[in-house]
Design a protein. Structure first.
Length: 207
């Protein structure tokens, strides 16, 4: 019998990886931790890289490249390359997301990838990604994740639809998320601080 992981253990490991990786930045962080545990060494792009064979990886934003230049005895030398996506279709927060529409505080979103927009309607949504924080004269990056349902892209009431046979969404106007009711604009940066009754977002490294 093979000494490798059982199918159930492999499936469980995959599910744990997916649960820990809600954004490309989290994917890279999770993969980096696993590579370090497996004996890989992280290299910075600005450093001098070692010439001796070994197991290394480097990370740039939401991308990661890992390689093993140690040849096992009796194996051929040609390259063996495996590629995978770190991203998936999603709704991304725009650069200037604050909107006040008909008494609702709205976060402007931008579809990314081949998202099936109808599947995002009337769902409890959280936020994950990378937060840029000014620290004196430097800008540092932190991973942020809010699992609690703080956003919702509302579906149009059925009696307001002209054609009830199908729903056609304008990605620039119809997939913005509601997060509060308001009579005056409230900056969406308040989400990173937390509104009354909201949980504090999970950041890594801690702010």
């Amino acid at each position: 019998m093979s000494g490798g992981p059982t199918p159930s253990a492999s499936a469980r490991g995959l599910c744990e990886f997916i649960d820990a990786s809600p954004s490309p930045f989290h994917v890279c962080a999770t993969a980096a931790r696993r590579l370090l545990d497996a004996g890989y060494t992280e290299l910075a792009e600005t450093d001098r890289w070692p010439r001796q064979p070994g197991r290394y990886f480097t990370v740039r934003a939401g991308s990661l490249v890992a390689w093993n230049s140690q040849l096992a005895t009796g194996t051929p030398a040609p390259f063996r390359i495996v590629g995978a996506h770190t991203d998936s279709p999603n709704l991304r927060v725009k650069q200037h997301p604050d909107r006040l529409v008909a008494g609702w505080q709205v976060v402007a979103l931008q579809p990314y990838g081949g998202a099936w927009l109808n599947s995002w309607l009337d769902r409890d949504l959280g936020i994950s990604g990378r937060l840029s924080v000014r620290d004196g004269s430097a800008v540092r990056h932190r991973l942020v994740r809010i699992d609690e349902p703080i956003l919702r892209v509302p579906q149009l009431a059925i009696h307001l639809a002209e054609d009830r046979k199908s729903v056609t969404l304008d990605p620039q106007r119809h997939v913005n998320a509601v997060w509060a009711s308001a009579t005056r604009p409230v900056p969406s940066s308040a989400m990173s601080r937390g509104m009354p009754g909201w949980p504090r977002p999970t950041c890594w490294p801690p702010i």
